[in-house]
Design a protein around this ligand. Structure first.
Ligand SMILES: Cc1cc2nc3c(=O)[nH]c(=O)nc-3n(C[C@H](O)[C@H](O)[C@H](O)COP(=O)(O)O)c2cc1C
Length: 308
């Protein structure tokens, strides 16, 4: 069975042995993996989003459980791109699994600056551009909610890197296809669909918002149908590699995203309840493909489009 895929960039490609990736912010920098977890079996690792300077993140409380998912407002706590390059990236040297570094800037130029610092860094195979975080005071989702701003960020990154560029979209928009088109026209090599849905919870005893920064991002199985709908919409409108993300916790979920038109999927929140979730998703996908006599995973990509 062939599970391999390639996301072509302008100078190099992101080549993955299978379509299962970790989602940004749910696997840190890949160094604290659970005992017995063979990271090399994954298609790719996506790091926590890094910014130009270190960030301390949001006040507590940062996470809460909801029915079918979780809320988070971590506030992009990260050591900054310089520390990533000096102390974290060298630890990836013996990995075969490609590492995708997620980046965010407070301004359009800052996105370009972070991208340029990562260009040529050994062990970095692609960049994921976070224009979708609901937890950044400046940058993030504000760029992903407006087509011109999304295009400007994409151009800024592309001008500053030779690596393949994946742009991660927010679901908190009226028309995701409009934003996706702007980003692709600006030169993005691939899209990641979607980041979290902006949400909140209120403690009825204290009568205050549960999450310290009031608003937060909803993730997990609760958002899967929304993510799937958005992947389907973007795939039917545009010819671009799409990485599906949102609520994937089984091989069957992964298959749904591929059928909708994604060529790969990311596993995020599921990892908190089950640290082996990305590998379980991979094994489940393999079983699904075997049971349906699929010899090449590419055969099912977008199959629901033809049926729908
Ligand atoms: C605790 C937590 C931290 C996250 N941090 C980031 C981040 O730094 N950058 C980013 O692009 N997405 C971040 N996300 C969003 C996930 O990458 C993913 O897009 C989202 O959670 C939906 O997928 P899931 O339902 O599989 O978790 C975070 C999600 C969670 C739950």
């Amino acid at each position: 069975m062939n599970l391999q895929l390639e996301i072509p960039g302008r100078k190099s490609s992101l080549v993955m042995i299978n379509p299962i990736m970790t989602a940004s912010g749910t696997f840190s920098f890949g160094l604290d993996k659970p005992h017995g977890f063979n990271i090399q079996e994954l298609g790719a690792i996506v790091t926590k989003t890094v910014t130009l300077r270190p960030r301390k993140g949001s006040p507590q409380t940062r996470t809460a459980e909801t029915t079918g998912g979780m809320l988070n407002a971590i506030g992009l706590q990260n050591p900054g791109v310089t520390a990533l390059i000096r102390t974290i990236a060298p630890k990836w040297t013996r990995w075969r699994v490609p590492v995708v570094v997620s980046i965010l800037g407070a301004t359009v130029d800052e996105y370009g600056e972070v991208a340029s610092r990562l260009d040529g860094v050994e062990n970095v195979s692609a960049i994921e551009v976070n224009i979708s975080s609901p937890n950044a005071k400046r940058g993030g989702m504000e760029f992903g909610q407006e087509a011109d701003a999304a295009a400007a960020v994409t151009k800024s990154v592309i001008q500053n890197t030779t690596l393949p560029v994946i742009v991660k979209l927010t679901p908190n928009v009226t028309d995701i296809v409009e934003i996706a088109r702007a980003v692709v026209d600006a030169g993005a090599d691939a899209l990641c669909v979607i980041n979290t849905l902006q949400a909140m919870a209120i403690d009825v005893t204290t009568r205050a918002p549960v999450i310290g920064s009031t608003f937060s991002g909803l993730s997990g199985p609760a958002i899967k149908p929304v993510a799937l709908r958005m992947v389907y919409q973007v795939a039917s409108a545009l010819d671009v590699p799409i990485i599906g993300c949102g609520g994937v916790k089984s091989g069957r979920d992964a298959a749904e995203f591929l059928l909708a038109g994604a060529c790969a999927v990311q596993v995020g929140t599921a990892t908190f309840a089950n640290p082996s979730a990305p590998l379980d998703v991979l094994n489940g996908l393999r079983d699904y493909l075997t049971n349906h006599d699929v010899v090449d995973v590419g055969e099912i990509v977008g199959a629901a489009q033809a049926a729908g």
